[in-house]
Ligand binder design. Structure first.
Ligand code: AMP
Length: 398
């Protein structure tokens, strides 16, 4: 069975075609600059690799270009569209109603659009892409929506609610939703497979351009660092993470900023970039820190400190700790950052296997066998998770 996975962003559309017999990737790539001009990259499993300039006024044209490359392009991997058994769509926000992956029908598309105010950059293009797929394939082809927020819906209300007047919870859905759920779920499942059973008390650290940390008891989320929006929690590439809420109005006043401008400052000019003044890219910031750039060093120190604090507080929330997982571009590759965080937590009896920790981007246990808490690096694979959820619906239908 072949499953097409679509991950539409505000001006991009990533895709992968997987053969679910062995979960191998037949081809993958990205459409960029949608709404500006357009470019598609395409790579297949036999090493064919191409980037083409195209015209993508909307996500619909980008999707058509993807299908063209898959079926008719020079490096095509299938002979006909009918070989695609189903399409899995990543959807950023499921709102308060969509709490797990669902088979898409008109009401699901309506609900994705209802949640658009909560995710204005992502849910609308994702709904557009879903509609474009339906227009091309018709309603007979199963399509499944997999939500970034879904894994977090098990959070208890005391972790979910903000201490603002309760009517906001009821009238405007003001609550902690959490994001990166598909990634946290994937590494949770992998941690369970690697250990032979689901860890009772698990902390998953998804550290990339966007970052979040999640506390998971018996496979169910009890708390997560991203909140109402993906701005909350850890400092990120350009996002500030958790700040004193009074800073928002204070900065607006002292710097004469409009709501749109303060939004831009906190989302696009803060985080690693804002503190270091060097880059939003962790590799570049840590390289500058090594050369003696003090602000870059401060940004790295702040990130390591915040990860440590979240792990400490989530350990308390979980009533102890069995396993920590690092994932995402930083979590999978930043050897020194992992070492420092584990050293900060050494009072828990965690000990690092230095040789294992020197590996980048591979699934590996980086704690010693006698460590009180086992620590893993598990490269994330959101596309595979989406493909598995999608395949499960198709199997159930047959
Ligand atoms: P992601 O959003 O998951 O793709 O992660 C992107 C982040 O991972 C960027 O900040 C990169 O600098 C960081 N990253 C990627 N490779 C490395 C590496 N070898 N060492 C440190 N950070 C890395």
């Amino acid at each position: 069975m072949k499953i097409l996975v679509i991950n539409a962003g505000s001006s991009s559309l990533k895709y992968q075609l997987l053969d679910m017999r062995d979960e191998s990737v037949l081809c993958k790539g990205n459409c960029e600059r949608i709404g500006i001009d357009g470019r598609i990259s395409y790579k297949n499993h036999e090493g064919y690799n191409v980037t083409l300039e195209r015209d993508f006024p909307t996500h619909a044209e980008a999707f058509q270009a993807v299908l063209h490359e898959i079926v008719e392009g020079e490096g095509h991997v299938i002979g006909s569209l009918s070989e695609i058994a189903a399409i899995g769509h990543r959807v950023t926000h499921g709102g308060i109603r969509l709490a797990k992956s669902v088979l898409i029908d008109d009401s699901v598309i309506d609900t994705i659009l209802e949640a658009a105010p909560l995710s204005p950059l992502h849910n609308p293009p994702q709904a557009t892409t879903i509609r474009a797929c339906r227009d091309l394939f018709g309603e007979a082809l199963p399509m499944v929506a997999v939500f970034d927020t879904a894994f977090h819906t098990t959070m208890p209300k005391k972790a979910r609610a903000f201490a603002v007047p309760y009517r906001f919870y009821e009238e405007h859905n003001i609550r902690r939703f959490g994001f990166h759920g598909t990634s946290h779920r994937y590494v949770t499942d992998r941690a369970a497979s690697l250990r032979g059973k689901m860890p009772q008390r698990l902390i998953t650290c998804h550290l990339g351009n966007g970052s979040s940390i999640t506390a998971i008891r018996d496979g169910r989320v009890i708390d997560t660092s991203m909140g109402f929006s993906p701005l909350d929690g850890l400092l990120m590439g350009t996002r500030c993470g958790t700040i004193d809420a009074s800073l928002v109005t204070y900065l607006m006043e002292v710097d004469n900023l409009s709501p749109a401008e303060i939004n831009r400052v906190l989302n696009s000019e803060s985080g690693l970039l804002g503190v270091s003044g060097v880059s939003s890219d962790f590799r570049e910031v840590s390289a500058a820190a090594e050369k003696g750039n003090e602000r870059a060093q401060l940004a790295v120190d702040m990130l390591e400190y915040q990860i440590t604090k979240f792990c400490g507080s989530y350990m308390a929330a979980l009533g102890g700790l069995d396993t920590i997982v690092f994932t995402g571009g930083i979590g999978e590759n930043a050897i020194d950052l992992r070492r420092h965080v584990v050293e900060n937590l050494s009072f828990l009896g965690i000990t690092l296997d230095e040789a294992a920790n020197s590996v980048r981007g591979e699934e590996i246990r980086i704690s010693t066998p006698d460590s009180k808490v086992d620590v893993w690096v598990i490269p994330t694979n959101e596309e595979l998770m989406i493909a598995r959820d999608t395949a499960a619906f198709v199997k159930n239908e047959n």
